[in-house]
Design a protein around this ligand. Structure first.
Ligand SMILES: [Zn+2]
Length: 560
């Protein structure tokens, strides 16, 4: 009971402390400038209390054998800065890969071996919290604790971002699933906090299609109730399936007509659907600003959005640290170029050989610099890779001192379609074990590849070697989807929303083709499709069988 009281009090305090948009932007600029100036000291304070004075800290297990103490770290930071220090720590083995962080593989360094669980990385300094889950089907999911103070701080970056794009007071709509992910509810709370509550919240998934536990359902209801009491009502989610993207387009066209500007916060693929729907219905959405998150903003997606005169603004976040970077209004080399909120998070890269994919990438290692971060990260990989560099920029974000940019951001840990992420372990089991057991062939006769069509919409192709002989393709797809859905059986699991959206978007297709080998001739459960690969199998005109059956049938299949 105390837990709920604390929750309600935290929320009430948060709602009452809301700002007018003009106040928010002034405050945001001052606040972020100050935090950039104090960056090194903030980092040292956090490491001192959160790591060196915290006997349970997993980082101590790596630091102690290397005899690295706080004084060493402090001396390095003051002499060489944070990033050089983080590189130094990385070469000393002070880092966690994403698999180590999630407890999927044990941590092994010279003379040290142990296992982690994600709870070990929880920030011990949070007070008023509620929990959300990260976007994955992992049956346990990742519990992320969200602090209202943290939401307050983060909403200031939203003010900066909106202002940079000239839409601080523009009408905003969300198009995110109502459960169980964070972006829908978090962004609703954050935008309300800076004096510009979202006007509409469209949800790709119907609430009654999901099994959600009472605590979660009531937690969300409570957020709406308390926000109402405090005079900041939040828009109720309205079900708009992917194929009804024209509804969102109509909202945008109306808002543009009335206000000359509007913002839609959604997944890149969903934004593409809105633009396609607008073109088909002859709706003018020129000037609409799409804040897009949850999956890469690829060149195709960006082109498709710009083709109708709209603007695509990448927003990059990781569940464990929130939104940490966002795009500006100036041209950049990469389509998904984002200014790192470097006062909140430090990022370096580490060369990493990805299991199951057969590729080597520059994996991002994240470090939290502030007390309000949900997790306390010190050189932790999160399954993403990309570029990082310093770049001066004349935009609002650059002017304030955010001079580090990320780009070409991709995930090696999960497949992402329509903002839905499925973690590789689910796939590996299904592809290497379950499918061969049920339909014949060997583990290497099946492979999942991800591609993007000419419009930038995602497709997942399940390649099944012709060697397997005749199989019932639809049944194989049912099995595949059923297993994924079941893998996400926990009530808050993203698997439910995910498979629901995949079904709507017909994202998954089966193709009777040989799996594609890596350069070294290996067949792995996944293959990243490069343009050069298309000739390998495309010109054989293989039939594609899309997954598109009512979800009730999937449930029956899964239950058998
Ligand atoms: Zn910029």
């Amino acid at each position: 009971m105390r837990k709920y009281l604390r929750f309600v009090n935290g929320l009430r305090r948060f709602s009452k402390a809301r700002l007018k948009s003009e106040e928010a932007i002034v405050f945001a600029r001052q606040h972020v400038r100050k935090r950039i100036a104090n960056r090194e000291q903030n980092f040292l304070n956090l490491v001192h209390k959160g790591v060196f004075q915290n006997q349970d800290s997993p980082y101590l297990k790596l630091l102690r054998p290397k005899k690295i103490g706080f004084d060493d770290l402090q001396a390095w930071v003051l002499k060489n800065g944070i990033e050089t220090t983080l590189h130094l720590l990385e070469t000393e083995g002070i880092y966690f890969t994403v698999d180590e962080f999630k407890g999927k593989t044990p941590v092994k360094r010279k003379g040290v071996a142990f296992s982690c669980c994600e709870g070990m990385f929880d920030n011990p300094f949070l007070s008023f919290v509620y929990e959300v889950r990260s976007g994955a089907t992992r049956s346990v999911g990742t519990r992320i604790r969200i602090d209202f103070d943290y939401l307050h701080e983060r909403s200031l970056y939203d003010a900066l971002l909106l202002d940079t794009h000239g839409c601080l007071n523009a009408p905003i709509a969300n198009w995110f699933p109502v459960f169980p992910e964070a972006p829908g509810i978090n962004s609703s709370l954050r935008f309300a906090h800076i004096g510009n509550p979202v006007r509409c919240w469209f949800s790709q998934v119907a609430e009654d299609r999901l099994r959600v536990n009472w605590e979660k359902r009531w937690g969300i209801k409570l957020i709406f109730l308390v926000s109402d009491w405090c005079g900041t009502p939040l828009a109720e989610p309205e079900y708009v399936p992917l194929n009804d993207a024209d509804k969102v387009a109509r909202w945008a066209a109306g808002a543009l007509k009335e206000h000359g500007t509007c913002v839609i916060y959604t997944f890149p693929a969903s934004a593409v659907r809105v633009c396609i729907a607008a073109a088909e219905a002859n709706l003018n959405i020129k000037g609409a600003k799409f804040l897009v998150t949850g999956e890469p903003l690829t060149p195709q997606k960006k082109n498709e959005i710009e083709a109708v005169g709209a603007v695509a603004i990448p927003v990059y976040g990781i569940s464990e640290a929130g939104v940490i970077a966002a795009g500006c209004n100036q041209p950049h080399r990469t389509t998904d170029c984002c200014h790192l909120y470097k006062d909140t998070t430090a990022v370096i890269t580490q060369r990493y050989n990805v299991p199951h994919w057969g590729i080597s990438v520059d994996s991002y290692l994240f470090t939290s610099l502030l007390y309000e971060s949900p997790k306390l990260l010190l050189n932790v990989g999160m399954g993403d890779y990309g570029d990082i560099r310093s770049e001066s920029c004349s935009c609002g974000l650059g002017q304030i001192g955010l001079d580090t940019v990320l780009g070409n951001i991709r995930s090696y840990e999960k497949l992402t379609g329509e903002g839905v992420t499925f973690v590789d372990t689910d796939f590996v089991r299904i592809i290497e074990k379950t499918l061969p057991e049920e339909f014949g062939g060997k583990s290497t006769d099946y492979q999942l590849i991800e591609e993007e069509d000419a419009k930038g919409l995602p497709h997942l192709l399940l390649l099944v070697s012709p060697r397997v002989g005749s199989i019932d393709e639809r049944s194989a797809l049912d099995t595949f989807m059923g297993l994924l859905k079941r893998g996400g059986d926990s009530p808050e699991s993203w698997g439910q929303s995910g498979t629901e959206m995949w079904m709507q978007s017909r994202i998954l297709e089966i193709v009777r083709e040989e799996p594609i080998p890596t350069a070294s001739g290996k067949i792995l459960p996944f293959h990243l499709l490069k343009p050069a690969d298309h000739h390998v199998w495309r010109n054989q005109n293989a039939e594609r069988v899309p997954y598109a059956i009512p979800i009730t049938e999937t449930e029956e299949t899964a239950a058998e």
